[in-house]
Write a protein that binds this ligand. Structure first.
Ligand code: ADP
Ligand code: MG
Length: 208
């Protein structure tokens, strides 16, 4: 079940994970980008938690809006507006509920991905965060069809996102800074797909 309490655990845990993995994510970005992705995500989730504490949301729509606004303001780069759009679309999908389950989570992620693809124009296989999110969504839908619990669905989603991120290694980047490298982007895991897979893993640990 997603509740405001669980969402706060989700963002607090993301703050800790991105702080811990800051160097790793920036190293991935150094190989095919400008080396700032870990720093961007750590700074972004510091702001997400600080803004939530300063102005605690009273429903899930406001919670996702708050996360979105903090990320757009502080992450910068390509990934800031993209993650910001994801959470903004989720806020609209979920509405003013104070708790919800798998159906709304799937609707939110699905609309979030549509938003990322609308502004970023990446397709599956372009070596971006989309390559983690699309298999993540497919896993959620499969789990829903199989009548799995929310916790099981989130675990399967996390595995699919991790596999999707790892599957970016042999791809040629078609969008974002990494695309400037053309074939030289082959052999490196996409940083944004990696931070997205981390997000799916944290969701499985905290939104249950
Ligand atoms: P920047 O590339 O501006 O330095 P970041 O380093 O924070 O921004 O984020 C890079 C990540 O953003 C990439 O690894 C990729 O996953 C994602 N990204 C970049 N452009 C796009 C796009 N057009 N669509 C989807 N994701 C993208
Ligand atoms: Mg970068």
């Amino acid at each position: 079940m997603v509740t405001l309490e669980n969402l706060f655990k989700f963002i607090s845990s993301l703050q800790a994970v991105y702080s811990e993995k800051k160097l790793y994510l920036s190293e991935l970005d150094s190989a095919i980008g400008d080396g700032d992705h870990g720093v961007n995500m750590a700074r972004g989730f510091d702001a997400v938690v600080a803004n939530w504490k300063a102005n605690p949301p009273s429903n899930c729509e406001d919670a996702f809006k708050s996360i979105s606004a903090s990320l757009i303001k502080t992450v910068g780069g390509a990934s800031g507006p993209l993650y910001g759009t994801m959470f903004r679309k989720m806020s609209l999908a979920v509405g003013k509920k104070t708790e919800f389950g798998l159906d709304e989570w799937i609707d939110g992620i699905s609309k979030g991905i549509d938003g990322i693809m609308l502004i970023g124009k990446a397709q599956k296989g372009d070596k971006t965060m989309i390559d983690a999110w699309i298999p993540a969504l497919e896993a959620l839908k499969t789990a829903q069809n199989d009548r799995k619990t929310f916790a099981e669905a989130l675990r399967e989603c996390a595995v699919a996102a991790k596999n999707g991120a790892e599957a970016t290694i042999p791809l040629i980047a078609k969008k974002g800074r990494a695309s400037y490298l053309g074939e030289r982007s082959i052999g490196h895991q996409d940083p944004g797909a990696t931070s997205s897979a981390m997000m799916a893993a944290v969701a499985a640990d905290t939104l249950i």
